[in-house]
Ligand binder design. Structure first.
Ligand code: RNT
Ligand code: ZN
Length: 414
């Protein structure tokens, strides 16, 4: 331990915060890292353009074009970030060998074997997402379709993904969080809001029938308020997804880009945790809309982290990142997002939680505000760098040059 860290530790001790405990607790949290930042949500199974009302903007050179490149890039990004990660995959990242091909409804564990090998080599668990977009059969509705053939196709996709998620859990020995998100919605004011939602319930129930007790799979359902070209109606609204999740005992997932602009996910975490044994998060940065900017160390990210940590229920919250920025170096995007979210968690562990809660309960709002504000200028960066060092990751200021080098040696040759 160097002198500078000793100084920071003593400063925090003065406000009753143990930096060693904060570091220890932070090191126990796993964050799921999304593969789709590496190739602008492209995937490998079809040539279909990105659809589903989501969009990656920018054309920064060096995008991963093959599974090998994506793995290489993810490995690089992970090496720049302190703390445990999980690999978060989409079904569209299936890897086919020797000219073979399987449509989404026929995907099998073998199509993800290389990802399992990659995860094992890097000591990671795997989370999974069926892909209900970027596919000819997803031109319109998927799980809410009135066309039974289309709906059946996507139900079979969901079921295939449950089996693949089970395989991931078995192979890695870590639970697999399988998140269902569908883009289904309408540009125009619908005549029938109930019909698609009723069919969504039916489809989800059919997918759930594939789930086995004790298989290490946690099913989550992600809500949304609107998508591009789907502005008037989204079948999987917040109320729908929460209602469905709680009634079926699956896990509700909140993406903080999926609400009206003045609604804050930080305010929703406690309400959800009081009713659901587990919740899941997609941490992102919406700028004016669900823009999926890279996560930064901003007020709302810190507030979300505070809610997670102050609840004492960290182990009940599945943490995942969800952003895709194609306008900057994609590896740096991963690193900034993952490091910033981890920083927000550390920041929360370094707050004098008991004091602050006590001020609130004794209606000492003056102290509550003053102490919260002063926390902002504590020697936080020193503790962060100490955490990085102990986890064998670069400190702030040390990782960007190696991304530049990687850009010159690897990315520019693509
Ligand atoms: C879309 C959702 C969803 C996707 C990923 C690619 O608005 O946030 O989670 O971003 O599945
Ligand atoms: Zn999301």
């Amino acid at each position: 331990m160097d002198k500078i860290y000793e100084y920071a530790r003593a400063e925090y001790a003065k406000i009753g915060v143990d930096t060693e405990e904060a570091i220890r607790k932070l090191s126990e949290l796993t964050v799921s890292l999304h593969c789709w930042q590496g190739d602008d949500v492209g995937g490998f199974d079809t040539d279909a353009a990105l659809s589903g009302g989501i969009q990656a903007t920018g054309n920064y050179p060096g995008k991963a074009k093959t599974p090998e490149q994506l793995m290489q890039d993810m490995k690089k990004a992970i090496s720049l970030c302190p703390g445990r990660c999980k690999l978060n995959l989409h079904a569209s990242y299936a890897i086919f060998e020797d000219g073979e091909y399987a449509d989404r409804d026929a995907l099998e564990p073998k199509h993800f074997k290389k990802w399992v090998d990659f995860a094992k080599e890097n000591g990671m668990g795997i989370d999974f997402n069926p892909t209900f977009f970027s596919h000819p059969k997803a031109a319109s509705l998927t799980l809410t379709s009135p066309d039974e053939e289309i709906r059946g196709f996507w139900v079979n996709h969901g079921k295939a993904c449950v089996r693949i998620a089970r395989y991931f859990a078995e192979e890695t020995g870590e639970p697999c969080v399988m998140n269902i998100w569908i883009p289904d919605g309408m540009k125009e004011i619908p005549a029938d809001r109930m019909g698609p939602r009723a069919r969504f319930i039916k489809s989800l129930d059919e997918i759930l029938s594939e789930k086995r007790e004790g298989d290490g799979v946690y099913l989550t359902l992600e809500s949304k308020v609107f998508g591009i070209g789907l502005e008037s109606y989204t079948a999987g609204s917040a109320e729908f997804c929460l209602g469905y999740s709680l009634s079926r005992g699956i896990v509700p997932l909140m993406d903080n880009g999926h609400y009206h602009p003045t609604e804050m996910v930080s305010d929703k975490i406690s309400s959800m945790l009081l009713f659901a044994p587990k919740i899941a998060l997609h941490v992102t940065r919406p700028v004016r809309w669900d823009s999926d900017h890279v996560v930064i160390f901003d007020d709302e990210t810190r507030e979300m982290a505070k809610e997670i940590v102050f609840s004492g229920r960290e182990k009940d919250v599945f943490l995942a990142l969800d952003f895709f920025d194609a306008s900057i170096n994609r590896i740096a995007a991963w690193a900034v997002g993952l490091r910033s979210f981890r920083k927000a968690l550390l920041y929360a562990y370094l707050l004098p939680a008991a004091d602050l809660k006590g001020y609130q309960d004794s209606e000492n709002f003056t102290s509550m505000l003053s102490v919260s504000e002063e926390a902002k200028t504590m020697p936080f960066g020193i503790v962060w760098n100490e955490f990085c060092e102990r986890m064998g990751a670069p400190r702030d200021g040390e990782w960007l040059p190696s991304v530049r080098e990687y850009e010159e040696k690897v990315l520019s040759a693509r």
